[in-house]
Write a protein that binds this ligand. Structure first.
Ligand code: ADP
Ligand code: MG
Length: 711
């Protein structure tokens, strides 16, 4: 192949920003294929395209040592004869390859004409490849071959890098061997120009190897120990620059974006706290409240994520924060994802505040025109203190007089653009408190929400009884029914939930209907009343069935996961989950959160078939062992990887080149702490000691907007 990359003489290649075709042997065509297939267009991209595994090539086999279950082998020997064999489906070339202990066969289906002329007979080669065994003969198809002489001259590496590739690449002649060759050339030519990207201080304090050494060893490890050091250094660097961006963004927000100052704790807060607070706050609630108070009392804008398991008592914290706004002459709002949730918040808050002189209104899609007009007026003239609602709050017509704080329940359903609509009239953005009941493992939160402030309510109110959770096989269903009857005797109510998964919808509906039928048989009318709720029902029918259950007119609610969000029936104390092995962990956890809300001991029964995958077993076992949402989320993250966790899609944790947010947590903590320390000392990275960090940071910020997510 004629190389168009001749421009890539020693002089030109030395800028790592040069295009890939500057490399010897990389034609324009190949460069464009490499770019299209792997997204590598500059030499620097190539340098940072890391192998995904390494082959141990320390071992050389003698042919008589080879056994049938060897997978990939390496032998030194020579080819004594070549033979072309014509067949119906094309020709192949075979070579008799031998060393002093025996012989085997090499086979080529492609490029054999050229090979036939170029292979040197009776000359020592190092061959490497996947072993086949057929009728007493070992063979390797399309072996990697190097003349022993060349092999000994090459950059010696015992662990040989393997790069991910595609069919297109291989078919256009860029095999892994060729690719390795490119990197070898590149490294040899560019090595001296590789610049450090971290400060000397960081390298010393974190015990890292230098960038040059790291890049060399990640591609061509000189030893397993050096490979490990190279990986560590590059993982640290990758996580460090992400954290540097997140932490810096957070600092800029805190220092530059002004927010309203809620200077005083006034009458509403104090009156409510001393007279109407129905219980003592838990320590976790107090801690979070203090964090919020610190935020809103400063002149910086609050953007805080409040995590707390279902039932941990987020609402009261939100209410107290809103009272602070009111005490300082501002309005407050809560946005919830569904009407049911919005009206639950409204009822709860109205109940808590009814003896105080604070006006609260509910605005949803189904609010009547007259009511809406009233609300719009009250909002604009400032008489309305608290507005609670759904998306309806985000309509253009809804204009606040002065919105001081917006509480967003379950953040992932609202976009940033939507949110800013609410405070168009404001001089400054209102403080934002985002509440979520989906615990996010700490390490993931650090990468995904690392620019937000995070508060965690990690303690349930006292007196809560843990939901007793058991796993039973389908064959025990009768015993489960018997248990349900006993509890219903005592006046309790039961949920029976069926999975409904898009791909198997028809079957799932059938299961639900069959289940409903068998429960109806087991729990006959008129003694027992059963509600059924699923996605195919009309909204009005659903609501009617739900209400019957809420009012206690029915004892059993048979449902698909529509009950996941929003139903609060304290008297329901049993959750039976059918085909529990088909639910994800976070879903199981959310479902279980529907019970255990009243004073009675509650139960969760996970029913499954006998045939369980290892993963399903882990999920069910985890549910039985713990009710801690954070622990469950950690297991979930380990099982499913970050790609399936909430909020990671936009965050960039999925585009990591070498680090892994699940496995490299200890490096992540170190990287974040290092980033914080450096930015505290040198917020704009202007000190001479940080010059390399500054340079790299500037380069990364130019090419990625990737780390700016939620705001
Ligand atoms: P969530 O965090 O799921 O939104 P809620 O705010 O709805 O939880 O609170 C769940 C229940 O716990 C409510 O009935 C609430 O009144 C009660 N609760 C909240 N905090 C406490 C507390 N400190 N002590 C006792 N009960 C509490
Ligand atoms: Mg809630």
């Amino acid at each position: 192949e004629i190389s168009l990359g001749l421009v890539g003489s020693e002089m030109c290649i030395r800028d790592r920003n040069n295009p890939v075709y500057y490399l010897k042997g990389v034609s324009n065509l190949r460069a464009s294929i490499i770019s299209a297939e792997l997204g590598l267009s500059r030499l620097n991209d190539l340098l940072h395209f890391f192998p995904y595994r390494y082959i141990d090539r320390t071992k050389f086999y003698k042919i008589n040592e080879i056994i049938n279950n060897n997978s990939e082998i390496q032998v030194v020997g020579s080819i004594s004869a070549l033979k072309t064999i014509q067949q119906k489906n094309g020709a192949r070339l075979t070579g008799k390859f031998q060393d002093e202990t025996g012989a085997m066969e090499l086979v080529w289906f492609k490029g054999y004409k050229w090979l036939k002329d170029s292979i040197k007979i009776n000359t020592p080669y190092v061959i490497y490849g996947k072993l086949n065994y057929f009728k007493g003969v070992f063979s390797i198809v399309h072996p990697e071959m190097d003349l022993l002489e060349d092999y000994n001259r090459k950059l010696q590496t015992k662990l040989q890098p393997v790069y991910s590739s595609t069919d297109k690449l291989v078919n256009s002649g860029v095999s892994n061997k060729i690719f390795r060759g490119y990197l070898q050339d590149l490294l040899q030519q560019i090595f001296e120009q590789i610049q450090e990207s971290l400060s000397a201080e960081l390298i010393v304090s974190q015990e890292l190897i230098g960038k040059k050494e790291a890049l060399l060893n990640i591609h061509f490890p000189t030893s397993p120990e050096m490979l490990e050091k190279a990986q560590y250094r590059l993982k640290f660097e990758e996580l460090f620059f992400i954290q540097l961006q997140l932490v810096r963004k957070k600092l800029i927000r805190k220092n530059k974006i002004k927010g309203y100052v809620f200077a005083k704790v006034g009458d509403s807060f104090n009156e409510f706290y001393s007279k109407y607070l129905p219980f003592n706050l838990t320590n976790a609630q107090k801690k979070v409240l203090k964090e919020i108070r610190n935020d809103v009392a400063s002149n910086a804008h609050m953007n805080r994520l409040l995590q707390g398991d279902v039932g941990s008592g987020k609402t009261i914290v939100a209410l107290l924060a809103m009272l602070l706004a009111i005490d300082n002459g501002f309005q407050a709002a809560i946005i919830a994802p569904t009407e049911i949730l919005a009206s639950q918040h409204f009822n709860a808050i109205q109940e808590l505040l009814h003896k105080m002189n604070i006006s609260v209104a509910l605005l949803t899609g189904s609010s009547k025109v007259k009511k809406r007009r009233e609300i719009h007026e009250g909002l604009e003239n400032g008489q309305l203190n608290i507005l609670i609602g759904t998306h309806a709050l985000l309509e253009d017509k809804v204009k606040f007089h002065n919105l001081g704080i917006a509480v967003i329940d379950e953040q992932h359903r609202f976009g940033v653009a939507q949110r800013s609509k609410m405070w168009q009239k404001n001089e400054l953005p209102p403080h934002i408190l985002v509440m979520t009941a989906t615990p996010i493992p700490r390490t993931l939160a650090m990468s995904v929400y690392g620019d937000l402030d995070i508060s965690v309510i990690d303690e349930l109110p006292p007196g809560r009884k843990e939901v007793k959770t058991v796993h039973r096989y389908d064959s025990n269903r009768l015993a489960v029914f018997k248990f349900m009857k006993q509890e219903i005797e005592k006046g309790r109510q039961v949920y029976v939930v069926y999975p409904l998964i898009e791909e198997s919808k028809a079957m799932d509906y059938k299961d639900l209907m069959d289940g409903h039928e068998s429960i109806s048989r087991e729990f006959p009318m008129p003694k027992y009343q059963i509600s059924i709720v699923h996605g195919k029902m009309k909204a009005a029918d659903k609501e009617y069935e739900m209400q019957r259950f809420v009012k206690g007119e029915t004892q059993i609610m048979v449902a698909t996961t529509v009950i996941e969000v929003g139903v609060n029936v304290p008297n329901a104390s049993i959750m039976v989950i059918e085909s529990a092995e088909r639910f994800g962990l976070s879903q199981l956890h959310q479902l279980r959160g529907r019970v255990g809300r009243g004073a009675d001991q509650s139960y969760c029964v996970l029913l499954s078939s006998f045939k369980l995958s290892a993963e399903a077993k882990t999920r069910l076992k985890t549910m039985v062992e713990t009710s801690d949402g954070f622990k469950i989320a950690e297991v979930d993250l380990k099982l499913r990887g970050p790609g399936n966790m909430m909020g990671t899609q936009q965050s960039g944790v999925l585009n990591l080149k070498i680090a892994d947010v699940v496995k490299d947590t200890s490096i992540l903590y170190k990287a974040r702490n290092a980033a914080i320390e450096i930015l505290q000392d040198d917020p704009n990275l202007l000190k001479p000691a940080n010059i390399f960090i500054h340079k790299t940071y500037a380069e990364i910020s130019k090419t990625t907007g990737a780390w700016s997510n939620i705001s």
